[in-house]
Design a protein. Structure first.
Length: 421
């Protein structure tokens, strides 16, 4: 099963990797869009995957180069057609520092060659440079050679950096594990991305620090759990000991209570309940809260299914089929949905209170709620401890990630709709 899922992912990667690389490279030199575009990160990833044997290195470099070249042409001719005043008008809709755009304009006009070659490695020249070169009236015959040289150097340097990182990954992975190291690299990239966005555009300072930290910690937690179970490490051993301990303490008269608790958060019950809450919220015109609940629940359900079938970690021996709808255990679907449900309610209620103690109480009660559901899964013997902890981590990942993305979208939308003086 695991090999079949790996083949499916490899096929999907072969189909989508090069188009994604081309598109993100194309958007890199487009003014303002390039500020939010992860072109360099995707190019790094392409080089890394090439070292791992998933992609072809020469194709990664070529696709990256072609995407950047098309993006440069779009930016240059847009500058020639619209002129520099368009940048001045557009920056009114963003909180990006206008002084940086002006400093870039002055540098580009005085040093066209340097801006299109070495400037590729300097922010924000690589985002605004080709457009400003076109807006300055620079002839195409002068623009094209410098652009090609800069794109060639940039493509090789950025992709090869990811390629050589792959060698470091292979050297370190045996000591810390591939899953955890992958999670650590992902957390670093995501953390750097949020920090960069916050630095680039003042609108991003409104991101709540605890949401970003929760997101990063959940990524690391998932990586550590998966690695430990996969390698039969600490959690693999702890799972068996906890299972034996709970089985020995299990009281038959208490089983109906645990069954009732766990049944309430079966997907067939809790998803319609969440759907009803969303409908009520829409009628009350709580559109943002409805979107948070709908997006988080959808991501949690789909993500749980993908993780279960990709990892294919077995449940405890003798687990009753009637208590679950999958032969695989990690993460616990009941725990994921219960955690998402309680955290979402706590988030919605906490937005109505300004007193810290009341907000804290909301999340404390939510923690008790999803912990009880998680314990019921262990008590009934249908999940390992790592399955439940993985459910907590994945739910936190889903919730915090959804909130960050939705807040980003909302803040950008508000910025577009409210020109700054």
């Amino acid at each position: 099963m695991m090999q079949g899922m790996e083949q499916m992912w490899l096929s999907a990667m072969d189909a989508w990797s090069y188009p994604v690389l081309f598109l993100t490279s194309l958007l890199e030199p487009i003014p303002f869009i390039g500020l939010l575009n992860p072109g360099a990160t995707v190019a790094h990833a392409g080089g890394f995957l090439a070292q791992q044997g998933t992609l072809d290195l020469s194709m990664v470099i070529l696709v990256c180069f072609l995407g950047l070249f098309v993006g440069d042409l779009i930016a240059y001719w847009s500058g020639r057609y619209f002129g520099y005043p368009v940048l001045v008008k557009l920056q009114r809709y963003f909180s990006f520092d206008p002084n940086k755009v002006e400093q870039t304009r002055l540098f580009v006009q005085d040093h066209v060659g340097k801006a299109l070659t070495f400037g590729r490695f300097i922010f924000p020249i690589r985002v605004f440079g080709p457009f400003i070169v076109g807006a300055s009236g620079c002839p195409f015959w002068r623009f094209a050679p410098f652009s090609l040289i800069g794109l060639f150097v940039w493509s090789f340097a950025i992709v090869l950096l990811g390629y050589f990182l792959g060698f470091g990954y292979e050297a370190i992975a045996p000591f810390v594990g591939e899953f955890f190291l992958g999670a650590l690299i992902t957390a670093v990239i995501i953390g750097w991305g949020f920090w960069s966005l916050q630095k680039v555009d003042h609108v991003f300072h409104k991101f709540q620090v605890y949401e970003a930290l929760t997101f990063l910690v959940s990524v690391l937690g998932l990586g550590a759990l998966i690695e430990s179970v996969q390698s039969q490490g600490f959690f693999f051993v702890l799972d068996r000991r906890v299972h034996e301990l709970v089985s020995g303490l299990r009281v038959e008269s208490f089983d109906p209570v645990m069954l009732a608790i766990t049944s309430l958060f079966d997907r067939a019950i809790i998803v319609p309940v969440i759907g009803g809450i969303i409908v009520v919220s829409l009628f009350r015109r709580k559109f943002y809260e409805s979107l948070v609940l709908a997006a988080t629940t959808s991501f949690a359900v789909i993500g749980t299914y993908v993780l279960k079938n990709t990892l294919a970690f077995s449940r405890p021996t003798g687990a009753e089929v009637a208590l679950h709808d999958s032969v695989f255990g990690f993460p616990s679907g009941h725990t994921v949905l219960a955690t998402v449900f309680f955290l979402s309610l706590a988030y919605v209620l906490s937005r109505r209170y300004t007193v810290f103690r009341l907000r804290f109480l909301c999340f404390l009660l939510a923690g008790i709620g999803f912990s009880v559901v998680g314990f019921s899964r262990i008590y009934l013997g249908v999940h390992w401890l790592s399955d439940v902890f993985g459910g907590f981590a994945f739910a936190a990942f889903s919730m915090s990630g959804t909130l960050l993305v939705l807040q980003l979208g909302r803040l950008v939308y508000e910025g577009l709709g409210k020109p700054k003086a």
